[in-house]
Design a binder for this molecule. Structure first.
Ligand SMILES: Cc1ncc(COP(=O)(O)O)c(C=O)c1O
Length: 344
């Protein structure tokens, strides 16, 4: 059977052999009753890596974000979000559906909102207006082609948040990608926010799960909200065991994904019809526009599929994501297909 080159997402990564062994050997208990030593080990490790008091294992990044917003906010409040952020666009409206808060989307420069623009948009409670209680950031920023949000921008945002007494939650689904690309330890990013969610199940290749980290009283409350949302998991140690491997063995190799994404971007950017600045590719996500006389986006994706190459359409074009389960040959095969299909 011919190999598939699957660039749809880093969520397609399969668990490693070490993970499968760890699953078989994991010591487990009923985590809802506080009895699973492997989950506890993962939570302690996650808190330590992020420099936070405590952490909570959640089934998905979406649940981690939803729980964080629910704990930090009340009804009749407003949350500042970046206009293209995952939390605002791709999480089935939990800000309104679960937390019953008003999202206030702001524009950005490649995912980094202007801190003074944030300051101008923070509102005080009145009979007409909601109080702003939370700012949500995303680093790296998925829909801005995996852009790394600069630490300086986050520092300035922290100053604004402190000036107005507002909390910050970071959707750090790919915070390790940000750290590998910038050379800045994840703790430095986490220090600037009140809570951080990060995913084990994307580039780090665990089969399931994300972590939410923050102050102890926040995590205590988050544990209750997780249960209310149906996220209490019993012998979850079989999954948490993979999370421990994700955090201890899988972080450094993210650089390979970044190198491959940059190579792909450089090669295809020169081709007719591709709208892409390869200099902007910093991590593992390559988003580009397509304006070609022979191809619509659906037809082009269909043609790639015939060649066993998978990618996803996004609002601004097509998204390719590199990860552990695509290698240099997959990149070569994609570049060759692009050259054949787009050249005149
Ligand atoms: C930036 C970002 N945040 C959150 C999530 C949600 O993670 P999950 O798919 O585990 O719910 C994703 C998933 O792709 C994401 O890209």
């Amino acid at each position: 059977m011919e190999r598939w080159s699957d660039f749809r997402s880093d969520t397609v990564t399969k668990p490693t052999e070490a993970m499968r062994r760890a699953m078989a050997e994991a010591e487990v208990g009923d985590d809802v009753l506080g009895d699973d030593p492997t989950v506890q080990k993962l939570e302690a490790l996650a808190a330590e890596i992020m420099g936070k008091e405590a952490a909570l294992y959640v089934p998905s990044g979406t649940m981690g974000n939803a729980v964080a917003v629910k704990v930090w906010t009340r009804e009749l409040e407003e949350v500042i979000v970046e206009a293209r952020s995952h939390i605002y666009n791709m999480e089935s409206t939990h800000l309104t559906f679960i937390s019953r808060v008003n999202p206030r989307p702001l524009p950005s420069r490649r995912g980094a909102m202007d801190p003074e623009d944030i300051a101008r948009n923070i509102r005080q409670a009145s009979v007409h207006t909601p109080r702003t209680s939370l700012i949500c950031l995303e680093n790296t920023h998925n829909n801005w082609s995996g852009a790394v949000i600069p630490l300086e921008n986050m520092k300035a945002t922290r100053e604004v948040a402190d000036r107005f007494g507002v909390k910050i939650h970071l959707d750090g689904a790919r915070i390790f990608n940000a750290s590998i690309a910038s050379g800045i330890p994840v703790k430095e990013y986490a220090k600037l926010v009140d809570s951080i969610m990060f995913c084990l199940s994307k580039g780090l290749s665990a089969p399931v799960g994300s972590m939410l980290a923050g102050p102890k009283d926040f995590i205590d409350q988050a544990r209750r909200v997780r249960k209310a949302l149906g996220g209490g998991m019993r012998q979850a140690g079989v999954l948490a065991a993979c999370g421990i491997i994700a955090l201890t063995q899988m972080v450094d190799r993210l650089k390979e994904d970044h190198d491959r994404a940059k190579r792909l971007a450089k090669a295809i950017a020169e081709l007719p019809g591709i709208i892409l600045n390869p200099e902007e590719i910093e991590t593992n996500i390559v988003i580009f526009g397509l304006n070609h006389p022979r191809w619509s986006i659906p037809a082009f994706l269909e043609e790639l599929k015939k060649r066993h190459i998978l990618a996803l359409p996004v609002s601004r074009g097509i998204r390719f994501v590199t990860h552990k389960d695509v290698n240099d040959e997959d990149i070569d095969r994609a570049i060759e297909a692009f050259q054949q299909l787009l050249s005149f």
